[in-house]
Design a protein around this ligand. Structure first.
Ligand code: 6PG
Length: 484
């Protein structure tokens, strides 16, 4: 046996990761259900490194050095379970099975437990960066046992992209931690994309700018605080002209955003954990609304839902609006990331993972879809205070958001007036205002709950749990054990 690592499942992500391993000097075993994929890879890219082609799972496993490192790159869900079931009887104690797909962290927890009972390590790892990243340097988020990371970590770190000499790969935490963090990464990706789309839509409507002009705006923004992969590709997409019609491609693409599920999982999990990831939730719902094609067509056909659509800004109103939208985008983005990191903390607390948030910001600086300069700021914030109650409390972010807030409020107010939907901008602002408010309307909600369901409330002036006899004499009773 001479292979350092094996990859089974050679669709585009698996193939590119296998090539990346081989290019970094790791002897890489290859397996695929359809043999032709193995042969093609060796034929086309065999010169890039040392590959061991196999025709069946038995010889694939036999070609691996111990502890065996087997990376599964098949579709999440049942196909992953099917491969694991076939693989496990061929493995021996201490071997490591790695799932590099976008698995749900609950599945990863289940699989890790099942394999641990058999003396095997199961590593659920997030891999971000798409095809290009897989080949040239992704961001990698591995979970599982610490012991497995000792044998696997160096290989993963060698293929991850490097930022300032640090690989964008680190041990995340036990069992489902890696896939959980990858899920939140994708949730943040949704929020980021939604905010950018709102900025685009609002500038287009409000200022009547063309896609090409807006591409220029995004290019300029990419030189400042907003510098990121997503802003960069936004300019590229907006610049693209459709060969067939000569129109901007963005005007030819159907405006119904699809989703494969990781954003939805983030929100479902956040609801269970009770973490208000409003930016991610609004992004998922905005995709759903855009995808409600029949309903939208019915509304268009009826023409009965009126609004100020079509209005744009003039004169003084347009003055400085581009900069204001940039500020609103930045402030909303800070909120979305603050919420995402809160969610990582909540997951870590819930499952006892002890995830280092600063380390997550560090490995997201390169390789992944949300890669950005901005992540350095988050890393710095957690370096200064690992237990920060909210990213918004970090000096840099607090002052960035405070100085952006006049613009932020102006932009949301303007969007409301123009009838341009900005659920991301406005919910981020509502979150910010909710968080900083000394007293919230929630006191009234508690009063209502007590009235109709005797659900009790706490008092600001003394400890204990209280209930008012609303339909009795209106007096108040203390209801906790000390009051009995
Ligand atoms: C990544 C991406 C990737 C994800 C796509 C598509 O980190 O490389 O997050 O994993 O599959 O972004 O996601 P949707 O189809 O849900 O938009």
């Amino acid at each position: 046996a001479r292979a350092d690592i094996g990859v089974t499942g050679l669709a585009v992500m698996g193939r590119n990761l296998a090539r990346n391993f081989a290019r970094h000097g790791h002897v890489t075993a290859l397996h695929n259900r359809t043999q032709s994929r193995v042969d093609e890879l060796v034929e086309q890219f065999g010169s890039e490194g040392d590959f061991v082609a196999s025709t069946d799972l038995e010889s694939f496993v036999a070609s691996l050095k111990r502890p065996r490192r087997v990376m599964i790159m098949v579709k999440a869900g049942k196909p992953t379970d099917a491969v694991i079931d076939e693989l496990v009887p061929l493995l021996e104690e201490g071997d490591i099975v790695i799932d590099g797909g976008n698995a749900h962290f609950d599945d990863t927890r289940r699989r890790e437990q099942a394999l641990r009972a058999k003396g095997l390590h199961f590593v659920g790892t997030g891999v971000s960066g798409g095809e290009e990243g897989a080949l040239n340097g992704p961001s990698i988020m591995p979970g599982g046992s610490k012991e497995s990371y000792e044998a696997l970590g160096p290989i993963l770190e060698s293929i991850a992209v490097d930022v300032d000499g640090t690989p964008c790969c680190t041990y995340v935490g036990p069992d489902g931690a890696g896939h959980f963090v990858k899920m939140v990464h994708n949730g943040i990706e949704y929020a980021d994309m939604q905010l950018i789309a709102e900025a685009y839509d609002l500038l287009r409507q409000g200022l009547g700018k063309t896609p090409a002009e807006l591409a220029e705006v995004f290019r300029t923004w990419n030189e400042g605080d907003l510098e990121s992969f997503l802003i960069e590709i936004t300019a590229t997409v907006l610049d693209k002209v459709d060969a067939e019609t000569g129109k901007a491609l963005v005007d030819v693409i159907v405006d119904a955003a699809e989703q494969k599920g990781t954003g939805r999982w983030t929100v479902q999990t956040a609801l269970e954990l009770g973490v208000p990831v409003t930016g991610i939730a609004e992004a998922v719902f905005a995709r759903s609304l855009s995808g409600s094609v029949d309903q939208r067509q019915a509304v268009q056909a009826a023409g009965s839902l009126t609004g100020p659509t079509g209005a744009s800004l003039d004169g003084a109103e347009a003055e400085g609006f581009v900069d204001a939208v940039r500020d609103a985008l930045y402030a909303s983005k800070v909120v979305a990331y603050a919420q995402g990191f809160d969610m990582i903390q909540a997951g870590s607390d819930q499952y006892g993972w002890d995830v280092d948030k600063g380390a997550m910001a560090t490995i997201w600086r390169g390789g992944c879809i949300i890669r950005a300069q901005f992540l350095n700021r988050i890393k710095d914030a957690y370096d200064k205070d690992a237990h920060l109650a909210s990213l918004l409390l970090d000096d840099y972010f607090a002052s960035a958001v405070s100085s952006a807030q006049d613009s932020w409020r102006r932009v949301v107010a303007t969007a409301v007036r123009l009838g341009v939907p900005v659920p991301g901008f406005s919910s981020a602002l509502a979150y910010y205002d909710g968080l900083r408010r000394e007293r919230l309307g929630a006191a009234l909600v508690q009063g209502q709950r007590d009235l109709f369901g005797a659900h009790t409330y706490g008092r600001v002036d003394k400890p204990g749990t209280y209930h008012t006899l609303w339909s009795g004499d209106g007096s108040e009773e203390r209801q906790d054990s000390e009051g009995q």
